[in-house]
Write a protein of this length. Structure first.
Length: 293
């Protein structure tokens, strides 16, 4: 049995698709099981589960061989969920439950910014959970992808452009970054099942594209033949909002923190291809063209 946590999300839903394509047994865990109602006809065991609550975990992991962790509390931000509750405490709960259940392998979605010296809280927490998994005694594969085209491109840029013609950037949007398709991340994670080259490893992966968010918008504009009305939240405002939102909506505060990190002039947002363990095939243009229909 293969359990996917975050099965209705951008990455988790794609992992489920690939597991089904291999005729494997799947248990899909989501906070919104109504979104996965159609999967039940394919034999998927859909259950309601939230990393904020441990009551369901032991039952859901009983007899399970492979656990895919494909959720985070950064995007979209909400008052109920944030990276402290989901990425930190929530992941610790499910990892502890996996250990109790004797899960054969945990395949964990980390992030490219997960580093021991990370300054953004999101990167710090992801790294801490990597270490928690390593020290759990479980067999593991940890995958560090950069920004998803489907999230940071389609959801944050493409959809606003298509619906309203207005696109807002947190900062200048001019810093070149690595991009990857969630389709390719899902492929990589499923192919990591019992893969001897990936067991007990931390793998950094990326797609073939390196460009800024502004350049991503330009691709959408050409594809949709539509010019965006652009706005930017300057660095000073981001810093102020990070502080103001911390007590009332921590999730937004942590998102602003990541945006501030991206604006730092000395930060290395881009890693050369040689620094990655795997370069995915899908380009942003391919993903956007498919999305645009």
């Amino acid at each position: 049995m293969h359990v996917v946590i975050g099965a209705s999300g951008v990455l988790g839903s794609r992992i489920v698709e690939r597991l089904l394509g291999k005729n494997l047994q799947v248990r899909a865990v989501t906070r919104n099981p109504e979104k996965l109602e159609k999967l039940k006809s394919n034999g998927v065991d859909v259950i309601r589960g939230d990393l904020l609550d441990a009551s369901w975990m032991d039952g859901a992991l009983k007899g399970v061989q492979y656990l895919f962790l494909a959720t985070h509390g950064l995007v979209p931000p909400s008052r109920k969920n944030n990276i402290l509750k989901v990425d930190d405490a929530g992941n610790r709960r499910i990892i502890d439950a996996a250990k109790r259940a004797g899960v054969s392998q945990v395949i964990f979605t980390s992030a490219l910014i997960a580093q021991p010296d990370a300054t953004a809280t999101f990167g710090k927490i992801k790294f801490k959970i990597e270490e928690y998994i390593k020290n759990s005694g479980l067999k593991y594969t940890i995958v560090r992808p950069p920004a998803y085209i489907e999230t940071h491109g389609l959801i944050l840029i493409g959809e606003p452009l298509r619906k309203s013609g207005k696109v807002q950037f947190l900062g200048t949007g001019s810093r070149p970054i690595n991009w990857i398709s969630a389709e390719d991340v899902a492929d990589y994670m499923v192919e990591s099942i019992d893969n001897p080259d990936r067991v007990h490893t931390v793998k950094s992966i990326a797609g073939p594209d390196v460009f800024s968010r502004i350049q991503m918008l330009e691709i959408f504009e050409r594809t949709l033949n539509k010019k965006a009305k652009r706005s930017h939240l300057p660095l000073g405002i981001l810093k102020m909002m990070r502080v103001l939102f911390k007590p009332i909506n921590p999730a937004l505060s942590y998102l602003f923190e990541v945006a501030i990190e991206e604006e730092k002039p000395d930060i290395n947002q881009v890693m050369p291809a040689s620094a990655f363990d795997w370069i995915a095939p899908k380009t942003a243009k391919e993903v956007i063209k498919q999305w645009a229909g």
